[in-house]
Design a protein around this ligand. Sequence first.
Ligand code: SAM
Length: 245
Amino acid sequence: TSYGFRQVADGEKQGLVNDVFHKVAKRYDVMNDVMSAGMHRVWKDAMITALNPRKDASYRTLDVAGGTGDVAFRIVEASGLKAHTTVLDINGSMLAVGAERAQKKKLSGNLDFIEANAESLPVEDNSFDAYTVAFGIRNVPRIDVALSEAFRVLKRGGRLLVLEFSEVELPLLDKFYDEWSFRAIPRFGKMITGDSEPYQYLVESIRKFPNQENFAAMIRTAGFSRVSYTNYTGGIAALHSGWKL
Ligand code: SAM
């Protein structure tokens, strides 16, 4: 790009991502609010409305790249404290913050935490009613492998929901968003953690992520049916949905 970021090789990618989230784990929730101007809350709420979790103790969901637990907490709360959610993340520091938050919210009984890679899930085939991932899949080096794993672990009739930054469709918003993400976010990152490069990398990863249509095609390739998506805030984020039928 004209912003001149260095290219990151695939093998190096996971290492960089891990660095970022180890550094920010304790401040992640504050940073999320600052960097998305609070919008991530609205998008996550919309994701849970789309999921419409069953109010049933047998309902099981897997929240991949679940970090500090935002999506998992919402699912459990929306199920009337019935559902069980497994929060899976490659980063133990993020999970530790999540487990602590869960205790404070008295939701620990409905949750468990697994430190693992989205590319190789240590869970059985056909075992979840839903697989969710919010702002995590673009960090995974082999997205196709992660999607195949999602398909494997879902039950027949199970639902995939992916919330991710996407392609902005409004020209003016696009310009503003470029300024915000390429200039403001690395600066905030530097202010908060003393280092801007990992944030430059994260912003760059948003640009490299496939757009709405191309990502929908990848989900179909992994075996999912009835694949669709909904744009949020002019396409800054999009929610993709698919079913294992
Ligand atoms: N889902 C949470 C949310 O929306 O607040 C956290 C999103 S955070 C931007 C991205 C998360 O992806 C981090 O917690 C990071 O550790 C995790 N992650 C990155 N690569 C991963 C991988 N290969 N497998 C599982 N999690 C991964």
